[in-house]
Design a protein around this ligand. Structure first.
Ligand code: AMP
Length: 559
């Protein structure tokens, strides 16, 4: 497939907002793709060149890309930067630079989708001294063979900013329309195959080559992570128990741990650990691998659980602290000693080669007990109990909070495992934090679709010296209209601008909700809000009415 043809498909997809049209466009393109380019097409329309669980980073930053554009076109860095700043999209700047190139490539080789896709994948393998220069050369090499439109999408793909509005759902529908005879059954078969394999390329290929039957035969396979089942939020403990099943006898309450969701795949000595986002983190957790080898007795199984870091007093460490272990790629053993973790297991999705997705939770829990020989502080089975007695469940909830955990999960014991879904078989109940009123201190222009907006807002609380101490960064919770209105208002208060960052005089107060307050050196206040969300503008508030550091400290202590 010529890259120009793929680009024509990207453009068509980008130009329509209508989902049905996107499905039609993509279905037609998938049906027409060359056999070995189906995978790259399925990947790139969603902005991806790797399967979700592959632990690879292209290592392509905005500045590296700008340098590659300069190398390929001879257009000066300042000019590229200025177009980039104006449009907010380096892809647009690349298209402009190719159109205005000061130099022509001598040996132009036509671009194919395969070439672009494979070359980008190779970037992830570059290591060591000179690897950044090689990346610049490789991207520049592709760009010098590209026309302006090709350059635009090539850069967006390399940066992971494709944003065609094609998600997994659209792709699944397109696969069903392209290769199966349509209908609800077809869409459901594709969806199920995707949830179990997590590999839309494989799903598309199987649908094309083997049809429905082939899809139905696809199942969970060890070392190919599955999408985990997600929870819905309960309005409180009672609401949670009532919503999860009609009969409280069928409800189980478990501690809700605040760490990282992991699935652990085991086959003999081979153990791999994946995150909820399906990334491989095995290397970061050699202690967990060793503990699993020792305490998981099943020869082959796929386990679902939460990794939690603990301090010397046996208290769970805040997520922010624990997350250092997820990110750390060097001196891993040292950090493992500093922040030891416990693997709390709460589900098993395959055991001894048998898939357990369709079995009720009660059966899966029996399998879990059979698969693991728990050991305190290393591999533990989740603390849980039947939730048929509300008073007892309430004291169980209190004991979870007293032990430093987040709250409880309520689960339907009769329900099957629904990968990737929030179907209401699993509800979380935890205390709600009171919203804070905070001042916007700085802001950053967004990139991509929202580049006309100040989409990232730094928030401050009043500090005892009469100034404002930052406590977090807000980027969700507002609609485009709300963000446009906020941007208008904030731009009246700009005091300094540096690249995409703007400093603001304290003027606008926002009401913000969040999940938790954490101690953090990242912000001047010494605290950070976890998952802050915009609720409202406090029209009637002056900055002096915003919440002060003392309230943040009190809420932190109380949570
Ligand atoms: P939330 O991230 O607030 O939507 O809550 C769902 C997350 O809670 C899951 O993805 C798990 O990472 C975590 N979790 C903690 N304890 C449990 C448990 N006992 N059962 C299921 N998930 C749990």
């Amino acid at each position: 497939m010529e890259y120009a043809d793929a680009v024509a498909v990207y453009r068509e997809l980008e130009e329509t907002d209508a989902d049905l049209e996107k499905v039609e466009i993509l279905a037609e393109a998938l049906a027409a793709a060359d056999p070995d380019e189906l995978g790259p097409l399925v990947g790139t329309v969603r902005g991806k060149v790797f399967e979700p669980w592959v632990d690879a980073d292209l290592g392509v930053s905005s500045s590296l890309t700008a340098e590659a554009i300069e190398t390929a076109t001879g257009v000066s860095g300042e000019e590229i930067e200025s177009v980039w700043r104006e449009s907010g999209d380096l892809g647009d700047a690349a298209a402009w630079a190719v159109d205005n190139a000061a130099q022509q490539s001598l040996f132009s080789e036509p671009l194919t989708l395969r070439r672009v896709h494979d070359s980008l994948r190779e970037l992830a393998d570059y290591e060591g001294a000179g690897s950044q220069d090689r990346r610049v050369d490789e991207v520049a090499g592709l760009l010098s063979d590209a026309d302006p439109e090709e350059a635009r999408y090539l850069v967006r793909t390399a940066l992971g900013h494709m944003r065609l509005g094609v998600g997994d759902g659209t792709t699944r529908e397109a696969v069903a329309a392209a290769f199966l005879d349509g209908g609800d059954g077809a869409a459901a078969a594709v969806e199920r195959a995707h949830q179990l394999t997590n590999d839309l390329r494989l799903v598309a290929r199987t649908a094309r080559d083997e049809g429905r039957e082939g899809l139905d035969d696809l199942g969970v396979e060890l070392f190919r992570p599955v999408q985990v089942m997600l929870a819905k939020k309960a309005e409180g403990l009672e609401d949670g128990v009532e919503s999860v099943a009609d009969d409280p006898e069928s409800v189980r309450a478990e501690y809700k741990y605040d760490g990282a969701r992991v699935q652990v795949h085991v086959d003999g000595d081979r153990v791999e650990v994946y995150t909820r986002r399906l990334e491989t983190v095995t290397e970061q957790f050699p202690d967990v691998v060793a503990a699993v080898r020792e305490h998981v007795t099943a020869e082959r199984c796929l386990l679902d659980g939460e990794l939690v870091g603990y301090d010397d007093d046996g208290e769970p460490v805040p997520f922010q602290e624990f997350s250092r272990r997820i990110r750390r790629k060097y001196d891993v053993a040292e950090l493992a000693e500093e922040i030891p973790v416990t693997l709390h297991l709460f589900d098993v999705l395959s055991h001894g080669g048998e898939s357990l997705f369709d079995r009720p939770l009660s059966t899966r829990l029996s399998h879990l007990e059979a698969a693991v020989a728990p050991a305190d502080g290393a591999v533990e089975l989740v603390a849980g109990r039947r939730a048929d007695d509300l008073a007892a469940t309430r004291s169980f909830y209190q004991s979870a909070l007293a032990a430093g955990h987040e709250g409880v999960m309520l689960k339907n014991l009769e329900a099957s495992y629904q990968p990737g879904n929030r179907v209401g078989y699993m509800m979380k109940a935890k205390p709600v934090m009171e919203p804070l009123d905070l001042v916007v201190t700085r802001a950053q222009w967004s990139e991509g679709r929202r580049s006309d907006y100040l989409g990232r807002l730094f928030l401050g609380c009043r500090d005892p010296d009469g100034g404002f101490a930052e406590i977090g960064r807000l980027s969700t919770g507002y609609t485009d209209e709300e963000l446009a209105a906020l941007t208008d208002r904030l731009t009246d208060h700009v005091v300094a601008e540096d690249g995409r960052m703007v400093d603001l005089e304290p003027a606008v107060v926002l009401e913000v909700e969040y999940e938790e307050i954490q101690a953090s050196p990242e912000y001047g206040s010494g605290y950070a809000l976890r998952f802050p969300r915009f609720l409202d503008v406090r029209e009637d508030f002056a900055p002096a009415d915003a919440d002060g550091l003392e309230r943040v400290e009190r809420l932190y202590d109380e949570q």
